[in-house]
Write a protein that binds this ligand. Structure first.
Ligand SMILES: [Zn+2]
Length: 280
């Protein structure tokens, strides 16, 4: 195949894909032997490289997955490369937010620990993806939140998702005001991204360090699964005060602290809406 000036860059993407296969292995990136498939399917029109999951058959499928995707982008002068872990659809942003659910506390701590170990070149961003005209137009991006990734902690990750919610609300509001069929603005999270010299060894290393972060993102549960888990949770209730006492709040005292009725052990799914969490 002949690509002219564009060819060098395309060939470099093929090399980087091959390196990525060595680093990520067959569980985290699709095994592709045919260079032409990499070129025709996994390099976008805008000339960035998608690293698809093994099960994905098309660029569209990879772009619309429920998890963030890993993209690779080479500068026009081919001096630098960017790797980003990006939640670019509403569904992937929503799912990523579930890391804040108490069920995922240990995953969140692990994620923050791994992010805090990244070098200073990594940054974390929230962008507003703006489509003023129509749903299928090429969006503009406006940066609304930025932090050096290794500074991300419990507070700033909360702050990051507050920003996400703000953008979402604003988009829905604009949709109503302007009467469009699509939200004008939607949130986009670049969980980590880094720019570095176009070099095999550096590329390997930068990809290596984001593996645990990517894996954690893949394992975050959907809202539906979290709701199911929630329903199976064992709690104690006072049938008189209609209070729910979580397992962790339950002391060995079998009686309600307020009315002294005996507490009943049950599951969340067995209680109706008249019950509420205990407020002290
Ligand atoms: Zn009571």
């Amino acid at each position: 195949m002949e690509f002219g000036d564009r060819g060098m860059k395309i060939q470099r993407y093929v090399q980087l894909y091959q390196i990525a296969q060595d680093v990520l292995g067959d569980n985290l990136v699709k095994h592709v032997e045919d260079d032409n498939e990499i070129i025709s399917e996994w390099i976008s029109k805008e000339e960035w490289l998608m690293l698809p999951l093994p099960s994905e058959r098309s660029m569209n499928e990879a772009k619309n997955r429920m998890e963030p995707n890993i993209y690779v982008s080479i500068d026009d002068d081919e001096q630098n490369v960017v790797i980003g872990l990006d939640a670019n659809t509403l569904n992937s942003v929503k799912k990523l937010k579930n890391i804040l659910h108490e069920f995922h506390n240990s995953e969140k701590n692990y994620l923050l620990e791994k992010i805090s170990q990244l070098d200073d070149s990594f940054s974390t961003k929230v962008n507003s993806k703006i489509k003023n005209n129509h749903f299928s137009q090429r969006p503009d991006y406006k940066q609304e939140f930025l932090i050096q990734s290794n500074k991300l902690d419990n507070d700033s990750i909360e702050e990051m998702f507050i920003k996400v919610d703000e953008i979402r609300k604003r988009g829905l509001n604009l949709m109503q005001v302007k009467g469009t069929s699509h939200p004008i603005e939607t949130p986009n999270i670049e969980l980590v991204s880094t720019k570095f010299q176009n070099d095999d060894e550096i590329f390997k290393h930068k990809l290596q360090v984001i593996i645990p972060i990517f894996e954690t993102c893949i394992n975050i549960k959907t809202e539906t699964s979290l709701k199911k888990i929630e329903k199976e949770k064992v709690v104690f209730v006072c049938t008189k005060c209609k209070e729910i006492i979580s397992k962790s709040e339950f002391t060995q005292d079998p009686f309600c602290q307020k009315c002294r009725s005996i507490l009943k052990r049950t599951k969340m799914k067995n209680i109706d809406e008249s019950y509420h969490l205990r407020s002290d």
